[in-house]
Design a protein around this ligand. Structure first.
Ligand code: BG6
Length: 516
């Protein structure tokens, strides 16, 4: 890591957070699980290094395993060593950080466990000065979300309506938030018994990515993008989230979710709404989320006939990715050998509002594709060739502004230039901005930003219930259409860009997917 100080690099000025976190305790349900191990503990440690956390900050891990505080601390140390973006562990930071880690053994549905937790939290308030401020992180299997929410409320461990000020209670809910519209609504109603909407923080970790937050800055912090950000100048938008990984050890979950619930309903809808929304009145949580919600409202539900032609789903077979042999989805652990779950989705959506009418948004996502890459590409209309006809110049390519979310985070603008020489030859060239080289620092992990925002009581980067439900409505219609067997599931070869039907989907409109 480049340790250039903030003061020596003018581009980094202002990168330290000026916001202050009140003393508080973060209770993690599912403290011995994968998410806590890979993401949460390393993120908290990195926050401890960056020092936005007050000295009173404490963590209580809740899980079924019989751990002592020291065993939990040891697990945290292992997590950090393995997954922190900053290693080796700094002994001074670790010393202070680890003293604030505690463990509470309990079943998630046992009221006595909550009693024990309550006593522990009261003790931390007295001994560490956490002032009754509590954040509850649900990092458990989703079937426990309503149970934990309910018991936190019934046992009085969490206080309804306290979202700010002193003695605040906030709950952070991991995805998936429901399985469809009805279950999401039901889960929300359950959580609402103990927590008001302003206390519920629905995590979508894509919103914590620096490059995703930069979409708004790019659009609204610059004068020259916004005037052309509409149907008069833009031909289409392509959003790609490609992964090389398969489903790993998550076959159980993925069988139920599939690519559309796992990625499209949440992460990709968020990328789309941030790209398409109107300028919010302020950067306040509700202003931003109001605009995102309006985009979702402007997408008409797909009819069966559209589902047949405007959506493609695929499933990876066996083959090679990056020279490594990989098994077919149907041979993965905990996957039905006749599974019809999709691991690839491509779709075309229309946003029927003044800004976007007639501009298709093409979304594609798949596992076991040829490379890991997330990109939003704004493809502009071609200028007329007229002027160049008769000069021998090649066809002019459209300008493309591509926002590379990961990896090699940056922004690139493709435009046409003359190839030096006597003849009129044109070539598309790129103007590139790379975060890494401009700012000289690695961006923080998404979970660092999101955990900090929740501690600060800022829900801007969390999904509001109306967004979640509208996204489910859209996805439910597509899934229902698929289940009528109108769109068949095609196998695709791993290490490629997915099924060829996805090419047909876009080629029918006289366009092609970007070659990435
Ligand atoms: C998760 C999905 O939400 O996001 C995974 O459940 C997916 O299936 C992951 O692999 C992708 O996240 P990232 O940050 O690696 O792009």
């Amino acid at each position: 890591m480049n340790e250039t100080s903030t003061s020596s690099n003018p581009l980094r000025a202002g990168m330290r957070s000026a916001r202050t976190v009140q003393p508080c305790v973060l209770v993690i349900f599912g403290a011995t699980g994968d998410l806590t191990h890979r993401k949460l503990l390393p993120a908290l440690y990195n926050l401890a290094i960056e020092q936005p956390l007050p000295p009173q900050f404490s963590v209580v891990g809740v899980a079924r395993r019989p751990f002592s505080d020291d065993e939990f601390r040891q697990q945290a140390m292992d997590s950090i060593n393995q997954f922190s973006r900053r290693t080796p562990v700094n002994p001074n930071v670790w010393d202070t950080f680890s003293k604030g880690l505690f463990y509470c053994q309990s079943q998630f549905d046992d009221p006595e466990g909550y009693q024990k937790l309550s006593e522990m939290l009261d003790r931390l308030d007295r001994e560490r000065g956490t002032e009754g401020n509590r954040l509850f992180y649900l990092a458990t299997p989703p079937n426990f979300y309503p149970i934990i929410g309910d018991l936190l409320h019934k046992t009085g461990v969490a206080k309804r309506g306290r979202d700010q000020g002193s003695n605040f209670s906030r709950i952070i809910v991991e995805k998936p938030f429901g399985h469809d519209y009805d279950s999401a609504q039901k889960l929300n109603a359950e959580l609402n018994k103990g927590f008001s909407e302003s206390q519920i923080y629905r995590i979508d970790h894509y919103l914590g990515k620096e490059t995703v937050q930069n979409i708004m800055v790019l659009r609204f912090g610059n004068g020259f993008f916004e005037p052309v950000w509409n149907r008069r100048y833009i031909d289409n938008v392509q959003i790609t989230v490609a992964e090389t990984l398969g489903v790993g050890g998550r076959g159980d979950y993925y069988e139920e979710a599939g690519a559309i619930r796992d990625m499209i309903q949440n992460h990709m809808m968020q990328l789309m709404t941030l790209t398409a929304m109107e300028p919010p009145v302020t950067f306040g949580a509700d202003s931003v989320r109001d605009e995102k919600e309006k985009v979702l409202r402007a997408i008409p539900p797909l009819h069966d006939a559209e589902i047949t032609v405007d959506t493609v789903r695929g499933q990876y077979g066996s083959g090679y990715v990056g020279g490594e042999k990989v098994v077919a989805y149907r041979q993965e652990k905990d996957v039905d050998p006749n599974s019809h779950t999709e691991t690839y989705v491509a779709l075309k959506l229309n946003i029927e509002n003044w800004r976007w009418a007639g501009v298709p948004f093409y979304l594609r996502h798949g596992k076991r594709l040829t490379k890991r890459l997330t990109e939003i590409a704004i493809q502009f209309k071609r200028p007329p060739y007229l002027l160049f006809s008769g000069t021998g110049a090649e066809e002019i390519q459209a300008n493309v502004l591509s926002l590379r979310i990961q990896p090699n985070e940056g922004i690139s603008l493709r435009f046409t230039a003359k190839v030096p020489g006597q003849e009129m030859h044109l070539r598309a060239v790129n103007m590139d901005f790379l975060y890494g080289s401009s700012f000289g620092v690695e961006p923080p992990e998404a979970y660092e930003r999101l955990l900090l925002d929740c501690m600060l009581g800022d829900p801007t980067l969390f999904t509001r219930i109306d967004e979640t439900l509208l996204a489910w409505k859209l996805v439910d219609t597509i899934i229902a259409g698929w289940s009528k067997e109108r769109t068949s599931l095609t196998q695709y070869e791993p290490g490629t860009w997915g099924p060829k039907e996805a090419d047909h989907l876009i080629e029918r409109d006289g366009r092609t997917w970007r070659r990435l």
